[in-house]
Design a protein around this ligand. Sequence first.
Ligand code: ADP
Length: 866
Amino acid sequence: MPKLTPSRRQYLEFKHQFPDAIVMFRLGDFYEMFDDDAETASRELDLVLTGRPVSKGERVPMCGVPHHAVEGYIARLVEKGYHVAVIEQVGSEPVNGLTPREVSRVITPGTVIEPGMLADDRHNYLLALAPEPDRRGTGWAAVGLAYVDISTGEFAAAQLDSDDASMGVVEELARLEPREVLLPAGWVERGVTLPDSIHLTPLPDYRYEHGFARQALLDHFEVSTLAGFGLQDKPLAVRAAGAILVYLQETQRGTLHQLTSLRSYSTHSFMTLDAATRRNLELSETIRERSKRGSLLGVLDHTVTPMGGRLLRSWIGQPLLDRERLEGRLDAVEALYGSGTARAAVREALRQVSDLERLVNRLLARRTGPRELLALADSLGAVPELREIIAGAGALDPVADALDPCPDMVELITSAIADDPPATLNTTGVIRPGYSAELDKVLDASRGARDWVANLEPAERERTGIKSLKVGFNKVFGYYLEVSKANTERVPDDYIRKQTLVNAERYITPELKEYEALILNAEERQLEIEERVFREVCDQVAARSAALLRTARALAHLDVFASLAEVAAREGYVRPALSEDDVLDIRDGRHPVVEKMLHGERFVPNDTHFDEDERLHIITGPNMSGKSTIIRQVALIVLMAQIGSFIPAREATIGLADRIFTRIGAQDEIHAGQSTFMVEMVELALILAHATRRSLIILDEIGRGTSTYDGMAIARAVVEYLHNNPRLGSRVLFATHYHELTELANILPGVENYNVAVAEEGDDVVFLHRLMPGGADRSYGIHVAQLAGIPKAVVNRAAEILEELEAAGGDFTLPQRDQPDGPVQLTFFQADPDPVIDALQSIQIDEMSPLDAITKLYELKRMIEK
Ligand code: ADP
């Protein structure tokens, strides 16, 4: 084999360590990639593919990116799910002809800390799963789960023991939306499906071994037992947390100071929200546009700091079950709600605060620049005022107590760092003159030389009589004197020609070079001292990280409380009364999002009441009357109360719900390979299996995905089951346009009928959006057709048909299938089949686009004319 060049051998050693990452190898001013990596990168990043000789007669593919732009390229690769290992040159002197190099970091989707690669308003979670196989070895009997956000230092672990461990995992994935999930390679091979947005990283199975994982955690936290973290009886949680920690040690390379503690949690202390419910209720993004605007978060988020934004987002994802904690949050919101001036002052002061949480974590990871350090001081500068504003408010004492203005740190930073420092340490001017005697001495010594150079231009113009003579500097030649071609004859003898340009010549003089050496040496010294002094300052500040992080988290809480108080004041929300019972009593409740979408129209508030005897509401009413709105509004109000927010109502008592279930009719859910009806039934099965008496269930138009009679039959059976099963007795809101279901209230004592009222004015229907006791007797579908602009002739004809139908069919009892002599809704069709009516009957208006509807209408018209 031909002899490889030394740097090729060095490269291959690194590549051997990181076979699964794209290795970026620093060569001078570039980061180069080779072989397959080069091909991947040139494809993904649109880079020109070149080659590099690696031995006599052999070249390998290569492509590179300039060092100053590397972050952007790394970000793009990581965004696409690649891992990137960055190899740096260390020192400037080659050793035995080869520049020493080392791995500076490995960046993966879940381990990013660069601000440019992170979204401010959300966490960037890395999650590890440690599954325990069930007896058959195919499913999970239990699972350990740990997650970390290294940009903020949050680190938590849980163990899901029950038989529905994998369901719990799905819910946690929906809540946390991690960027990257670590899983034992053995499980990955068996095939695990995760949402597309999640990057799956397999790890060797031994990394999940309990002893190994436990030891890694003990070593990192410098403790002798994990009991302090509440993990003593949770071996799977330990395995997941240990796997994460070791993975971070490998990728981050530096110390992991920012991971100061590990929190164990139980999914039982939070309200459970499955992925479908999060989506259906549009908690943090809308279903259609996937935007925050139009979601609950969009309405509630008036936070002014990125930390507050992230905290509010995680609260909405994780409502509480603990009444005391909720009352504490509500007290804090109330304190700020009560005083508009305090609230405005708090929010104003918070605007000065940057992302302190991430700043401190970057500081601990030794990745802070001069400007970030100043931002940290500025943020702390707001703390004394904030403490003053909230002092004595009682409910905000815990926040005030955690706020530490660290005045000595502010003093240190502002005295050490110059006012408008460069972004990086590659440029001088970071440290404020007067802070370091050593630095000042170097600057003083070179000042004479600088003054001399500064003076050179006028002096030489004078001496030579060349008015256009200029003194300049560039990286290649250093300082030079530039004379235009026209004047070169007048150049004195001591000028030495260095470079010829189109219109000018450049010269140096021996004296100029002497001064230049003085200046450049001083500059090099200056850079070196500034870097050292800067690091010292950073280390001193980092030593206070615990207080700084506590302050950051308190600021985030204050921001969220102020935000919730602000929205309560703007939108007229009230504080809910919380109860441990399963009551639910909402007076004049409103839908927090829909009420903001009505341009000029008034939102009609409605009451909702559940108690011992009234467990299940069947809500009927024509399409567009407001059924979906009212049932979603109840779910959102309960959820808001359980994050500690005020709610859109006149008053309310909320019995805390352990879980909110939703089954919302076929919208635009296109699930690969599954019919909407199948999806609907799967979700329904989940509800029936997991609901408890404390749950709140909202069902919208279930049974719609199949034929009318199947659908109605299923809907009825579900209502009976929810009502009769002793384990259930949940609070249920069931919106349906099958007004035949209203009969159930006569048979089942816990069932009550409500309808969303409409008024008839002559031929017109006016939607009142008001919920009334009793069932709707008609569906008014024909009137909706008219409103939608269907031609009068068709509407009138439909009304005629309806009348005939009603006359023939008598009352609309629930028809039973396969019972030829049963209730006779169908007799009309049987007696006198009419193709137009058949066609009309089979139309699924709700599933048609306006264009389909028009086409269908033309078709019907043609049939009639025939
Ligand atoms: P349904 O589920 O009965 O078809 P929706 O709940 O989707 O009806 O409501 C249709 C529209 O009616 C909503 O988009 C909203 O504009 C309006 N609406 C619903 N409820 C109210 C209300 N309480 N007050 C005012 N407008 C409402």
